[in-house]
Design a protein. Structure first.
Ligand code: BG6
Length: 492
């Protein structure tokens, strides 16, 4: 099967940080179908060779194991080409059409990795140039809009020229091996399913913590913020994966129907819950890995008086039979104490205690931790009789148990066969598999749920709470969860 992949935004940050390295990995693994062309599109005046040189230079910055050798790069470079386009100029799409007609491919992937403001223009122009045939698939990067209304407007325009089957809304978290393992854990094994409900689960915590700041994306991030950048998409998709009902089969719509139901069941916000259960923060200067780092407001491209949040902690509930009353906590932020993304499922304590619990958060003894990054694996935390208790406790009181854990390291187990998130998703687009892509109704529902938070924060003069870089965010986040008598994992 031959394919053409047209990468709009071909010189942008995303192209060289994620998309090109992922395409190269797919190439290296021999999974890219034969007969492919990859065409970078941008405004810069570059020849094919200059574009290849640009990508080669960028590859020197990716991690060593993922860097191509000279020989590998020259083979990969044979697939690469470049087209200069002004994306608002219809005549330039005619040039693209001419290029595609030179060698008609079985599949044409249009990857729109541009500034979000251009998404609809690109889709409309693709259609106007007659490039939206049945072989065409369009990949749209997030964020798709900045609120429900703008998201709907984009979806409407895109749907007016393409069918839903042709639209691949990417959320790279869904491509992470650990997220697919969560589906495998839940729907390929029967062990946890009977426990996966309110009767046995006390709370669920989703953490996506980054050490990095806003890097070179200050201007974009300042008009976006953590709620739009991470919660509306990545964190809510993780929440869906953990809370959804078993789908009737593994088809894209069966999975997406179940995720949609979760989003529809999220408890609506009230003025009270918005005040108590939606915490925002913004990083101040601090130290990360022993190095001083600047405050968010001092980052390039950021307004020095910015009120944009770089940290969010939320508490919500899912109003259905499986989850009623179980708190779901979400937290994400930049410049936190570590790069750590995980989901923690905290089980209810034993109904009658004959032992003492050693943990600070004594109401949670058993937990299942699904690690997304930096490592990818599962931990099952239990309590056991520790060495100091060989005598069987004391005559004066109950023995204290020791925390122990079962550890499954998927990187070790599956090491060399692992496929990264973007690589996996790009191969899925080429193969036409929609399972790990987001449908428009899911996306709209997620916007509907976050919008009251955006509105409340816009009107709240207090602004985000400052937190020192290299910490776990503002103390209000711990206080929020402590009100339920729980704590975040690093505090237990
Ligand atoms: C992107 C956000 O979607 O995800 C970035 O725009 C964030 O701000 C990134 O840094 C995190 O992705 P990952 O895979 O590194 O956790």
């Amino acid at each position: 099967m031959s394919f053409d992949l047209i990468l709009f935004g071909g010189t942008g940050d995303l192209a060289w940080r994620k998309i090109m390295p992922a395409l190269f990995q797919a190439f290296r693994h021999g999974s890219l179908p034969e007969g492919g062309r990859i065409v970078g599109v941008a405004r810069d005046d570059l020849s094919d060779d200059q574009y290849r040189a640009l990508i080669k230079a960028r590859f020197d910055q990716v991690e060593l194991a993922k860097r191509p050798s000279e020989e590998e790069f020259s083979r990969f470079a044979a697939l690469l080409g470049y087209l200069r386009m002004d994306l608002s100029n219809p005549a330039d799409y005619a040039q693209l059409a001419a290029l595609l007609q030179l060698r008609p491919a079985d599949v044409v992937v249009m990857y729109v990795a541009t500034a979000p403001g251009l998404f609809t223009t690109v889709c409309e122009q693709i259609a106007a140039a007659g490039l939206n045939g049945p072989q065409t698939r369009v990949v749209l990067e997030k964020p798709l809009g900045h609120n429900l209304e703008s998201n709907r407007a984009i979806n409407e325009t895109v749907r007016s020229v393409l069918t839903e089957q042709q639209i691949f809304r990417i959320d790279h978290y869904l491509g992470k091996p650990s997220v697919q393992n969560l589906f495998a854990l839940r729907f390929g094994n029967s062990l946890f399913e009977p426990l996966w409900r309110r009767e046995h689960i006390a709370n669920i915590q989703i953490t996506i913590a980054e050490e990095l700041g806003v890097e070179k994306r200050g201007a974009f991030y300042d008009s976006t913020g953590a709620l739009r950048d991470m919660v509306q998409n990545h964190a809510l998709q993780l929440l869906c994966a953990v809370a959804m009902e078993p789908p009737i089969n593994a088809h894209a719509d069966a999975i997406r129907d179940e995720k949609l139901k979760v989003l529809r069941s999220l408890k609506p916000w009230t003025p009270e819950t918005l005040r108590q259960h939606a915490i925002r923060g913004q990083y101040a200067g601090g130290t990360i890995d022993g190095e001083a780092v600047p405050a968010y407001r001092d980052e390039p491209g950021v307004n020095p008086d910015s009120r944009t949040e770089t940290f969010v902690a939320l508490r919500t509930e899912i109003a259905n039979w499986r989850w009623a009353g179980v708190p779901f906590y979400i937290r994400t932020g930049k410049r936190l104490a570590g790069r750590d993304a995980h989901i923690e499922v905290n089980f209810r304590p034993a109904p009658h205690a004959i032992f003492n619990s050693p943990l600070a958060c004594s109401n949670v003894d058993n937990r299942l931790v699904i690690n997304l990054q930096p490592k990818d694996g599962l931990e099952l935390h239990l309590l056991a009789q520790g060495a100091d208790q060989r005598q069987g406790g004391t005559s004066r009181g109950a023995p204290t148990l020791a925390p122990v854990q079962l550890d499954l390291d998927f990187d070790k187990r599956f090491g060399s066969e692992r496929v990264g998130a973007y690589e996996r998703l790009l191969l899925d687009v080429i193969a036409g598999r929609l399972n790990l892509f987001v449908r428009s109704d899911e996306q709209e529902e997620a916007w509907r749920w976050v919008e009251p938070i955006l509105d409340a924060w816009r009107h709240d003069t207090a602004g985000p709470r400052p937190y020192t870089s290299g910490t776990w965010g503002p103390s209000a986040s711990s206080a929020m969860i402590a009100k339920d008598n729980y704590c975040w994992s690093e505090e237990s």
